[in-house]
Design a protein around this ligand. Structure first.
Ligand SMILES: NC(=O)c1ccc[n+]([C@@H]2O[C@H](COP(=O)([O-])OP(=O)(O)OC[C@H]3O[C@@H](n4cnc5c(N)ncnc54)[C@H](OP(=O)(O)O)[C@@H]3O)[C@@H](O)[C@H]2O)c1
Length: 255
């Protein structure tokens, strides 16, 4: 195979993907397996479908069940890495939630949960992995799953917008500090994608139509649309890419 195509391979690597039980995380995990990586699948659910798909292409899949809203559960995951579980070469912080509500009515409980799942747990899991990479002088790849709301304000998703905008800043901060150590930190910003996360939007006919009308590509994304960009950011092909937020949005942000 020509060298440039080899540089997109993930053979011999292990990737940890959070939110791997369905949607975008599952699509990324399966794509990584197809590119040659073994997987650590993290979610509250059992990740059975994703695990089967990974094993079907001949790769190994470890499953670790954890609630990103629980610091104790995430501490157990952190303690397992490099012991009960392999230390990954690639970390994809994908697990995330959205809570909808008008700004004036938004509850503290929703704010706290979204900030913990979408930002706080990402900070802590990344820190655990980075500390081990630095101690072992290992290179690595971190991909945060950001959002169009890392760039825009959104409507009635205050905590989500704050968390995803914070994630964009964290991506740049981590890249500045970690690029000298051979650690690439980048983010993927999916456009409107057909998953559980967007079910409420898709069930609101007026919002569904308004969103669709604004997408230059003329369709919502499917989770598999994110896979190629994720493999790129995880692979040696992106070794000189640091602190970038790669939108895969059907042209939404260009509009
Ligand atoms: N869909 C979109 O249009 C869109 C656009 C931009 C960005 N994103 C981002 O893409 C990422 C994936 O979302 P998705 O669209 O694929 O949604 P999804 O189908 O709802 O998947 C979310 C994943 O996160 C996991 N998860 C949710 N809450 C969790 C928690 N408390 N602890 C551990 N895992 C948890 C879920 O697994 P369990 O339920 O099994 O725990 C599931 O695997 C999110 O960060 C989301 O913000 C999505």
């Amino acid at each position: 195979m020509p060298t440039v195509l080899n540089s997109f391979r993930l053979d011999g690597k292990t990737a940890l993907v959070t939110g791997a039980s369905r949607g975008i995380g599952a699509a990324i995990a399966v794509a990584f397996a197809e590119a040659g990586a073994d997987l650590i699948l993290v979610a509250r659910g059992d990740c059975a479908t994703t695990r089967k798909a990974v094993e079907a292409v001949g790769r190994a899949a470890h499953v670790f069940r954890a609630d990103q809203a629980s610091r104790a559960a995430m501490d157990r995951l952190a303690a397992a890495l490099g012991g009960e579980l392999p230390l990954p070469d690639i970390l994809v912080n994908n697990g995330g939630i959205v809570r909808r509500g008008a700004f004036a009515a938004f509850t503290d409980a929703d704010w706290d949960e979204v900030m913990e799942v979408n930002l706080g747990s990402v900070f802590r899991l990344s820190q655990t992995v980075v500390r081990q990479w630095l101690a072992a002088k290992r290179h690595g790849k971190i991909i945060h799953v950001a959002s169009l709301l890392s760039f825009q304000g959104g409507i009635e998703v205050g905590a989500y917008t704050a968390a995803k905008s914070g994630l964009a800043g964290l991506t740049r901060l981590m890249a500045n500090e970690l690029a000298p150590h051979g650690i690439n930190v980048n983010a993927l910003a999916p456009g409107y994608t057909v998953t559980e996360n967007t079910r409420a939007l898709r069930e609101d006919a007026a919002r569904q139509r308004a969103i669709l009308d604004r997408i230059p590509a003329g369709r919502w994304a499917e989770p598999a649309d994110l896979a190629g960009a994720a493999v790129f950011l995880a692979s040696p092909a992106s070794d000189y890419v640091h602190g970038h937020i790669l939108a895969v949005d059907g042209g939404w942000l260009a509009r």
